[in-house]
Structures are given as structure tokens and as C-alpha cells.
Design a protein around this ligand. Structure first.
Ligand SMILES: [Cu+2]
Length: 511
């Protein structure tokens, strides 16, 4: 691997240096050319941009307008999988980039800012643009600079955008892709919920699951052998408490993009059938009652379906090793009353399996084995599942060893007279919610632990996520002889919201 990466970065440096001077020239040139006034436009507004899985609200305007889009490129280290970080390059701080929604006929005034801490120049090629490079050359932007260009959204559709700075494949593999919806004049049929999901393939130097900060592997990328295939930028981005949510009887729309850079997605939701599919992101529902739809690299699709029964529906790339071994797995949790006429859960094992097996139907067996595989994978793979108690404790230990042990000591024994012990602590055992509050809001004033008085200050650690706090409190309540029930991320979220917005900022953008 090192054999490849050294010359690559030398070349990158040269490209970046060349690009920088070109960028300055083209930015100056662009400032001179201004679009003539467009008589069809009424007013002006700033685009609402959202991070996945959220989608900006439908546009209800009946006229075209000028829409100002401000998108900031940031290079950030973020979680790729549990224990695995990656140096992502992003449109807006997350992978995929912000969702942009405009209306057919709008004039989009696009501002691309490249954060001063970036090391690379970047640009943007929007597939919604009619014009050379999709905006790429007009938006070439060095770190600490901003570019502006405008385009008219002539064609309605769901379009991918991505960085097109050389080496393009690498910029895309590092996370530089997102979706822009050009809503047709007449709008899309209304649904109850809209979600934004985007697949991407990621190439790391280390093998799948290897911990620590991973870097981009050029030779794996050229060979199209991704280490990870993920929805929304990381393994587990849509599982557990981050699952998409809907209620029985609602209609759901997924705006599905595929950033690639290499793979085509065979998008499927286990246990659902797409009522309509807008193939390849065009604006005519091209097929009804579809099981699996192909999403090209650099392309998109829109799927609409009604959820009739409660349960957890699993989103996968049906190239199944990608789903169960590389991360392309998400969840849609549907709550509400069961409809036994649509799906009678308890009959499944006895009747369905029995009769199908007797009838010799391969399909039945395959469905059953697929369902068993889903169950097995969910139970077996900590990366793609709701946390079990044991996993929660192990994950909590990681948080403890990073955050708490400096004060409370590796065995929870505390420091005599200064830091109260957590091992055997009656104070901790007495009140689970108080323990969560202690981590979220800090603790000061005199307390008594195991008959001894302490009067110190514990600072709020509310930069930790709901999962991390749930895990660490579960860990301390179940270690060194302590026994307690688990703390759920929901409980942490509830307590956090009681206390109002967090006051202590995260120590860095490191997630
Ligand atoms: Cu880029």
C-alpha cells in the first residue's frame, strides 16, 4: 500500500499547487460575467439545507424565484464504524452532503466556501446543472476561499452532486457527494414522511473493522474492492436509535442517492414492496410494485411505499455481503397496531414454513433463510445492530477508559478524600437517572458515598452522545461487582432535553 500512497501524495501536491493558481484566475474571471436579469423570477430566498436522513420541506411556491445556496466544504475526521475513524471530505460537515431542494425554473445562486482548515482545493459538479462541468470549473475553490456561480434549474429530477477536483475518484470516495432535488412545477405527490439516504463505497488502508484512523487506499479503489459500503457515511448510521421511523398507515418516500464512486446499488427494503419507483431519479413514476431497484453510481432513485404493519424493516444493498459484512444496512422502524390481515406474525413459523416446505417451494425456504440470516447477522455483528446489554457494557468501557478513569481510576476505586468511588457506590446504585444527570450536567456540593463525605466538582460531560452516556453509565453500574439495569439512549435523550440545550461545546469536531 505504501508503495502506492507516496507517489500519489506527491502528485496530489502538484495538482493542488497548479489548481490553486488556476482557481485564483478563474475566480477573477467569473466575477466579471454576471447573469442578465430573468423576468420569470419573483423574489429571492435562502435554501434550507438538511443533513441526512432529513429532507427540506416541500416547496409550495407556484412561481420561480432566485434561491441562494451556501454550502461549506469541510475536511473532518468522523466515525466510519465503531472504533474506526476516517478523514472525510464533506459538503457541509457530513456524509452525504447537505440535501438541497429547489423548484423547476428557479435560478440557483450557488456559493461554495472551502473552510480555511482544508488542505485541498475542492469544487462542485451538480448533475442538475446544464452547463460545462456542471459548475465544476466555476466553483474551483482553494482553502479559505469562496466561489459563486448561478444556474437555472431547467430539468426537474433528483440529481447527484459531487466534487470534481482531481483526483475525482478520491474526492468522491472521501465523501464528497450529495443530492439536489429539482422539484417539478406541479410538485410531487404528498407523502407523510420523506427521508434522505445515500450509499457510498469506502476504501481504507486497514481491513474492515481495523480500529483507529484510516486513510484512503488508492489501489483498493482502482480495483473496486471497497472495505466498507455504507448508507449515510458510516456503518450503523441508520440502526438502533438512529433508525428511520414511521407509523403504521403512513406513506414513506426515500430519496436514494448513490455517490459510488464505483458500485451500483441493488436497493431493497426487507419486508416491503415499493408502491412506486421513480427510476434513476426521473420525475415519472416508472414502475409499480417493485422489490429491488438499481441505483447507478452517480445516480439516484425515488421510492414511495405505504407501511401497513409494524416492525423493523431492513434497508439493504441486496448484494448481501455489502449489507451484512461491509455496512450497507439500515433500519426503518414502524410503530403502530398490527394488522393481522396483512401480516399475521405468530403463524409464520408453524404454518408458513411447514406448508411451504411441504409444498417444496424454494422461494419459501429462501425467504426463511434470508430472515434467519438477518436475525443471525443482527445478533452477531455489533456494528449493525441495536446494542445488546453486553455490547453496551463493552462500548461503555471504551468511553470510561477515555473519559472517566483519569478521575475515578481504572477499577472505579476513586481517590481517597477527593474522588468518590464508583465501585460498590451506594450513591450510584440508588438512582440511575441521577447518574445520567451527573454525567450530563456535572455534580458539585457535598455528597456521601459509602459513608464518606466528598465535596468536589465534576464538570458536565454533555459533549458525549446519548449512546456514549447510556453505555458508560450502564458500564459503571455493571462493573467491579456493581449490578444494575441498562440505561437506554432514549432515557439519556429525555434527561438531556429536560435540562435545555447543551452549554458545553464539543471539544473538537472529532466525532
Ligand atoms: Cu473535493
Amino acid at each position: 500500500m505504501t508503495r502506492h500512497s507516496t507517489p500519489l501524495f506527491v502528485r496530489l501536491g502538484v495538482i493542488a499547487a497548479l489548481g490553486l493558481s488556476l482557481g485564483v484566475l478563474s475566480t477573477r474571471g467569473a466575477a466579471a460575467s454576471k447573469a442578465p436579469a430573468d423576468p420569470t423570477l419573483v423574489g429571492e430566498e435562502k435554501a434550507i439545507l438538511t443533513s441526512a436522513p432529513d429532507v427540506p420541506p416541500p416547496i409550495r411556491r407556484s412561481h420561480a424565484t432566485k434561491v441562494v445556496v451556501e454550502l461549506e466544504v469541510r475536511e473532518v475526521v468522523k466515525r466510519l464504524a465503531d472504533g474506526v475513524d476516517y478523514q472525510f471530505w464533506t459538503f457541509g460537515g457530513d456524509v452525504p452532503g447537505k440535501f438541497i431542494r429547489v423548484r423547476e425554473g428557479d435560478l440557483v445562486e450557488f456559493h461554495l466556501m472551502n473552510h480555511p482548515t482544508s488542505r485541498m482545493p475542492h469544487n462542485i459538479d451538480l448533475h442538475a446543472v446544464t452547463g460545462p462541468g456542471g459548475g465544476a470549473s466555476s466553483s474551483f475553490t482553494a482553502p479559505g476561499h469562496a466561489s459563486q456561480f448561478s444556474f437555472k434549474a431547467l430539468n426537474p429530477g433528483l440529481f447527484v452532486y459531487h466534487c470534481a477536483t482531481a483526483p475525482v475518484g478520491m474526492h468522491v470516495a472521501n465523501g464528497m457527494y450529495g443530492l439536489i432535488l429539482v422539484q417539478p412545477k406541479e410538485g410531487l405527490p404528498p407523502v407523510d414522511r420523506e427521508f434522505y439516504v445515500m450509499q457510498g463505497d469506502i476504501y481504507t488502508n486497514g481491513r474492515n473493522g481495523e480500529e483507529g484512523l484510516q486513510s484512503f487506499d488508492q489501489s483498493k479503489a482502482v480495483d473496486e474492492r471497497p472495505t466498507y459500503v455504507v448508507f449515510n457515511g458510516s456503518v450503523g448510521s441508520l440502526v438502533g436509535d438512529k433508525a428511520l421511523k414511521a407509523k403504521v398507515g403512513e406513506t414513506v418516500r426515500i430519496f436514494l442517492g448513490n455517490g459510488g464512486p464505483n458500485l451500483i446499488s441493488s436497493f431493497h427494503v426487507i419486508g416491503e414492496i415499493f408502491d412506486s419507483v421513480y427510476q434513476e431519479g426521473g420525475m415519472i413514476p416508472s414502475q409499480k410494485h417493485v422489490q429491488t431497484t438499481l441505483v447507478p453510481a452517480g445516480g439516484s432513485t425515488i421510492v414511495d411505499f405505504k407501511v401497513e404493519v409494524p416492525g423493523t424493516f431492513i434497508l439493504v444493498d441486496h448484494s448481501l455481503f455489502r449489507a451484512f459484512n461491509k455496512g450497507a444496512l439500515g433500519m426503518l422502524k414502524v410503530e403502530g397496531p398490527a394488522d393481522l390481515l396483512v401480516y399475521s406474525g405468530k403463524e409464520v413459523d408453524a404454518v408458513y414454513l411447514g406448508q411451504q416446505a411441504e409444498a417444496g417451494s424454494d422461494a419459501g425456504k429462501r425467504v426463511a433463510s434470508l430472515q434467519a440470516q438477518v436475525q443471525a447477522a443482527i445478533l452477531a455483528d455489533p456494528k449493525i445492530t441495536t446494542l445488546t446489554r453486553e455490547i453496551q457494557i463493552e462500548k461503555g468501557k471504551q468511553v470510561y477508559m477515555q473519559t472517566c478513569f483519569v478521575c475515578h481510576q481504572p477499577e472505579g476505586q476513586g481517590v481517597v478524600g477527593q474522588i468518590p468511588p464508583l465501585a460498590g457506590s451506594d450513591y450510584l446504585a440508588a438512582d440511575k437517572e441521577r447518574a445520567v444527570r451527573t454525567v450530563l450536567q456535572g455534580l458539585s456540593g457535598e455528597i456521601t458515598v459509602l459513608g464518606k463525605k466528598y465535596n468536589g466538582i465534576m464538570i458536565p460531560l454533555n459533549y458525549l452522545g446519548d449512546d456514549e452516556i447510556a453505555n458508560v453509565v450502564t458500564y459503571v453500574r455493571n462493573s467491579w461487582g456493581n449490578t444494575g439495569d441498562v440505561v437506554s439512549p432514549d432515557l439519556v435523550r429525555t434527561i438531556r432535553s429536560e435540562a435545555g440545550p447543551a452549554t458545553t461545546a464539543a471539544p473538537s469536531e472529532f466525532e
